[in-house]
Design a protein around this ligand. Structure first.
Ligand SMILES: NC(=O)C1=CN([C@@H]2O[C@H](COP(=O)(O)OP(=O)(O)OC[C@H]3O[C@@H](n4cnc5c(N)ncnc54)[C@H](O)[C@@H]3O)[C@@H](O)[C@H]2O)C=CC1
Ligand SMILES: O=C(O)C(=O)COP(=O)(O)O
Length: 529
């Protein structure tokens, strides 16, 4: 049974999904206080939040059983992603689900300030009828500058273009073709965007890079009489600088849904002195449609994550889940087992680990490496290791990961090879999955071999002379241990051979010692996969 705590208001459509799953025990506490949350978090396997609940180190320190953080929305700036990753906690969100809500609110703020609708409304409510006071501007013919052409930015672009505006965008992380598709000119610099725009609207996430990205320098470069809209995150803007430029008469209109501090404090509220400002309390995603979609998506993602199934919107996974991911499951299992095999066979104390992926699986090198690291670290660490924290734990242990991939196969069409080296000694393991389904270890150090990567494997190096297998067989038989499979590889007749026995049960240290005492045996080791 998985215990899931929901700490913000989400639509009943998502709650129904969680409630109807027999493996989920749901606790819906949308108004929970922070102190109370700190006290109870240790009982839960998953937490579902919105922007109200920060998922901080302080919370995570107490969250002993937490496996999944579900952000019922897009922005994860309120989640300490690194702290989650270090602890192996998967963070999932619901990209795309509230896009239309956020885009439409942006347009609503934009039209509001262009036509001063909020002021006109207020004057009517005060009993006035003053038509000449409310001259406005049209969106038609304006240059709209969008910062961040992702889901929301794109939808804002489409709507502005439909209204007759010219749309330009600054987004260093998207291909130019995206702009071509939308009929949006992608500009190379923030400066160019800011200088050319009549309207500047923010749609990028709050990250270390974007925090304070719009400050005094940027406001200075904006056209006098610019319209400035922020429905992304308050922290992207230096709100003190915005206040200064507001006083200098820079803006024709400002629309804000988000603030550096929510609810805004008095310092931020100074901006509200500006008459043509349209304000809302972070309600971009607050439409019935968006909230239904967000809640459904986050419920499905959290359930899948808890059950160990693949989730498409994993924010802190060390790789992006792409199409065809389901087809490489056997290779991921192989990768994990190769990593585990290597630690057990050669030891885990290496400073560099090379992962080479060949063939049609080359494009999946990131997840393959994550699984290799999980397998490699699990046998030597006494804390839980998973694909989320494995890269962090490897880094913590000072292991340098070198990845390489090529689409051409080698002996096998698809192949994963891991190499570690220390003090001049190199160890290699490699394998493939036959028909893409059956994982096999095919290479150990220099030897071609064929081992099922599961269960108990007795690996031994021996002098290539007659009778060695019989001697091992005799010892195992005497201790009533059944041999399930046997493979032998050698480089040259009469020199050294490498053997692998697949056993039905573990051998004790005493039995292993007996085997190691056979004169022709150079080294025997038990590996458990
Ligand atoms: N007011 C509200 O209720 C809502 C606010 N949001 C905010 O809007 C943001 C955008 O949402 P989506 O479009 O769904 O996310 P998205 O991930 O689809 O798009 C974000 C875009 O910003 C770009 N970007 C990243 N760093 C950048 C930088 N330094 N300069 C310029 N562009 C940069 C990315 O490349 C991406 O294309 C969210 O991160 C969230 O903070 C989103 C939904 C609702
Ligand atoms: O999805 C986002 O990033 C939002 O800003 C929406 O936030 P909310 O879920 O309404 O607290």
């Amino acid at each position: 049974m998985y215990r899931v705590l929901v700490t913000d208001h989400i639509s009943s459509r998502g709650l129904d999904i969680l409630n109807s799953d027999p493996e989920i025990d749901l606790d819906y506490q949308p108004e929970i206080r922070w102190e109370e949350l700190l006290e109870i978090i240790q009982d839960y396997h998953a937490i579902i939040t919105r922007s109200r609940t920060p998922v901080t180190e302080e919370l995570l320190e107490r969250a002993d059983n937490l496996k999944v953080v579900g952000r019922a929305g897009v922005g994860v700036d309120n989640v300490d992603l690194e702290a989650c990753s270090r602890r192996g906690i998967l963070v999932v969100n619901a990209p795309g689900a509230n896009t239309v809500g956020a885009a439409e609110l942006t347009i609503a703020h934009l039209y509001t300030v262009l036509r001063r609708l909020h002021l006109a409304h207020e004057s009517m409510m005060n009993g006035e009828w003053d038509r000449k006071r409310f001259m406005g501007e049209e969106l038609d013919g304006k240059v709209v500058g969008i910062i961040g052409l992702g889901n929301v930015g794109s939808q804002v672009a489409i709507r502005c273009k439909a209204a007759g505006a010219t749309v330009i965008a600054y987004d260093p992380y998207i291909p130019r073709e995206k702009g071509d598709r939308l009929g949006v000119e992608i500009v190379d610099t923030l400066e160019e965007l800011i200088k050319r725009s009549d309207i500047v609207t923010l749609h990028c996430p709050l990250t270390e890079e974007t925090r304070g990205m719009i400050g005094a320098k940027e406001f200075e470069m904006m056209k006098d009489g610019v319209y400035f809209i922020n429905c992304a995150r308050g922290g992207i803007v230096d709100e003190d600088a915005m206040y200064e430029y507001m006083k200098k008469g820079k803006f024709a209109g400002i629309g804000l849904d988000v603030f550096g501090k929510e609810p805004p404090d008095d310092r931020i509220r100074r901006i509200f002195e500006f008459p043509n400002i349209s304000l809302s309390p972070h309600i971009g995603a607050n439409t019935y449609e968006s909230q239904d979609k967000v809640a459904i998506k986050i419920a499905q993602q959290v359930i899948a994550a808890l059950k160990g199934q693949f989730v498409e919107a994993a924010v802190n996974a060390p790789f992006t889940v792409t199409e065809g991911f389901e087809n490489i499951k056997a290779f991921l299992l192989l990768a994990e087992r190769l990593g585990s095999f290597l630690t057990q066979y050669a030891g885990g104390n290496f400073k560099e680990l090379n992962v080479e992926v060949r063939g049609s699986i080359a494009e999946h090198i990131k997840p393959i490496t994550a699984y290799v690291l999980k397998g490699f670290l699990e046998p030597i660490l006494d804390r839980p290791v998973n694909i989320i924290n494995a890269p962090f734990l490897a880094k913590e242990r000072g292991i340098n990961i070198v990845e390489s991939s090529r689409e051409e196969g080698l002996v096998f069409k698809d192949f994963i090879k891991i190499t570690v080296s220390q003090n001049g000694r190199e160890h290699v393991v490699g394998g493939t999955a036959f028909y893409g389904q059956i994982p096999k270890i095919m290479l150990v150090d220099g030897y071609w071999i064929d081992i099922d990567p599961e269960g108990v494997i007795l690996m031994f190096e021996n002098k290539d002379v007659p009778g060695v297998i019989a001697k091992i067989g005799e010892i195992l038989a005497r201790h009533n241990i059944n041999i399930a499979g046997f493979r032998l590889g050698r480089l040259e007749k009469g020199k050294i051979a490498l053997g692998a026995l697949q056993l039905d049960e573990k051998v004790s240290d005493a039995v292993l010692e007996e085997i190691n005492e056979i004169p022709e045996i150079l080294k025997a080791k038990q590996i458990i996969l």
